[in-house]
Design a protein around this ligand. Structure first.
Ligand SMILES: [Zn+2]
Length: 121
């Protein structure tokens, strides 16, 4: 289900596309800040991002997907989940300054209740 707010913007086409951009932006902020990478991502962060995007593509909720932090399904393997949480912790507050629109969507989406996983496929 889409809210009017989302469908009226027309900038971000889909929930998943926006999530992918958000994750990419966050990993980039994290890698630059923590690993001192000047251009692109270091091999570790590239692997993490590739993993995240692959999980995202397979996400069962598709357009109804909640933010990963609120999701009732934990599809990340533990080592990757730890890494991604660290990235979120570091990049979350910085997103508001660098990517205010993406951060806003992310916050708004966090206010929605996660979908009910029962009785669904
Ligand atoms: Zn890195």
């Amino acid at each position: 289900m889409r809210t009017d707010y989302e469908s009226n913007t027309g900038v971000m086409h889909s929930r998943l596309e926006r999530e992918a951009r958000t994750v990419g932006a966050m990993v980039a902020i994290y890698c630059r800040g923590r690993h001192g990478t000047k251009d692109g991502l270091c091999p570790d962060c590239r692997e993490l991002l590739a993993y995240s995007l692959a999980r995202l593509e397979k996400c069962r909720f598709r357009e109804e997907k909640p933010n990963c932090a609120d999701c009732p399904v934990h599809c990340y393997k533990p080592s990757m989940r730890e890494k991604v949480r660290e990235v979120m912790r570091y990049a979350g507050p910085r997103m508001v300054l660098r990517h205010p629109i993406l951060a806003l969507f992310h916050i708004l989406n966090g206010l929605k209740r996660p979908p009910d996983i029962h009785g669904r496929d």
